[in-house]
Design a protein around this ligand. Structure first.
Ligand code: UT7
Length: 328
């Protein structure tokens, strides 16, 4: 059977903008520090009554419209998120209901910032095996709800948003040519959002009264990220029998410009081959790659038959990469 390809895209970010200057009034930081150490200038923050499923459904509606597909024609919905509305039902089931996608199977995947690539890979298996004729893959987060707003080490980094894609079988040698996924749970302790197990040593790390906030050992994640982004890009290209010379654009997880630059240096790739929009949105975790993909298409940085590499890393710790021959 043929590979899945992206035939529709959509994205949303909340209207509320939180600038670096706004953060200067909240924690001991500066616009200068945030810009030089991360590249981020602003991020979007969801209102108190807006949750991940709301952003996910709005992005999905746009992707369905772009693909010319109705809600009840969707066969599979997978949502990548580490900030679900609830433990149960899954965010994907809430989205299914909002879309009237009564014929779709629906489930969530938590691979943190690598989640969208994990979901692309899963959906590609279902489509290329012939089990489903289409799939809706969404990366959506409201990280602002788990941020410790007193912790300058993390609160400047993250933002909210959602990106969605519709996948369908495409012509031979097009669409998702290869994916590569990985995880190393032994270093998961470097980036945590607590759930039911409130282990005292984890709770102690939080400065906030709320133990269920995000905590990160930034420098450990940074070192891991630079190395794994380069390695995962090369591994997936090898799987697809392609080289970096064949690639038109790399769409990386938008965490920190210094991580992207570090990985680009290792790969000896020029910056104009890498798509960046993190200065506008910060790190939106599972939403970052689909949002970047959407904007790259809107800006005509991606054309039919271009070869793309998507690559991400995140909590778990996890990583994932994909090679796509653009078929839209
Ligand atoms: O999607 C996966 C999620 N994770 C990431 O992508 C994050 C990966 N890590 C990073 O992006 C970087 O490690 C950070 C941006 C978090 C930090 O940059 P760094 O160059 O690794 O800085 P550092 O952790 O080595 O800290 C340097 C200093 C510290 O002060 P001292 O101890 O040297 O006096 C921090 O307290 O910078 C201080 N600092 C800040 N200063 C002003 C940390 N955050 C801030 C801040 N404003 N917001």
């Amino acid at each position: 059977m043929n590979n899945a390809g992206i035939v529709g895209l959509g994205m949303v970010v909340p209207d509320k903008v939180l600038t670096n200057h706004d953060l200067e009034k909240m924690v001991e930081t500066s616009d200068e520090w945030i810009k030089t150490r991360t590249g981020i200038e602003q991020r979007r923050i969801a209102n108190d009554d807006v949750f991940t499923s709301d952003l996910a459904a709005a992005a999905a509606e746009k992707a369905l419209q772009d693909a010319g597909l109705k809600g009840d024609e969707v066969e599979l919905i997978i949502v990548a998120t580490c900030t679900p509305d609830m433990y149960s039902p899954s965010t994907a089931c809430i989205v299914q209901h909002k879309l009237g996608a009564v014929n779709a199977a629906a489930f969530d995947v938590n691979a943190a910032c690598s989640g969208f690539i994990y979901c692309l890979s899963i959906a590609n298996q279902f489509i290329s095996s012939g089990q489903y004729k289409n799939a809706l893959v969404i990366g959506a987060e409201t990280l602002s709800k788990v941020i410790d707003w007193k912790d300058k080490n993390t609160c400047v980094l993250f933002g909210d948003g959602a990106g969605a894609v519709v996948l369908k079988p495409v012509e031979e040698n097009k669409g998702i040519l290869a994916t590569h996924l990985g995880a190393d749970g032994s270093i998961g302790k470097h980036l945590t959002i607590l759930g039911l197990a409130l282990e005292p040593q984890e709770v102690e790390k939080r400065s906030s009264d709320n133990p269920r906030t995000l905590w990160m050992n930034g420098s450990e994640v940074f070192k891991f990220a630079v190395k794994i982004m380069a390695e995962a890009s090369l591994t997936v290209l090898e799987k697809a029998n392609k080289t970096l010379e064949d690639v038109s654009l790399i769409v990386p997880h938008q965490a920190n410009i210094r991580i992207v630059d570090g990985a680009a240096k290792r790969l000896k790739v020029k910056n104009d081959k890498i798509y960046i929009n993190l200065y506008k949105y910060g790190n939106t975790s599972a939403a970052s790659i689909p949002i970047a993909l959407c904007e790259a298409v809107e800006e005509e940085r991606i054309k039919k038959d271009d070869l793309l590499v998507l690559v991400g890393f995140g909590g778990g710790l996890t990583w994932g990469s994909a090679v796509i021959r653009w078929a839209k």
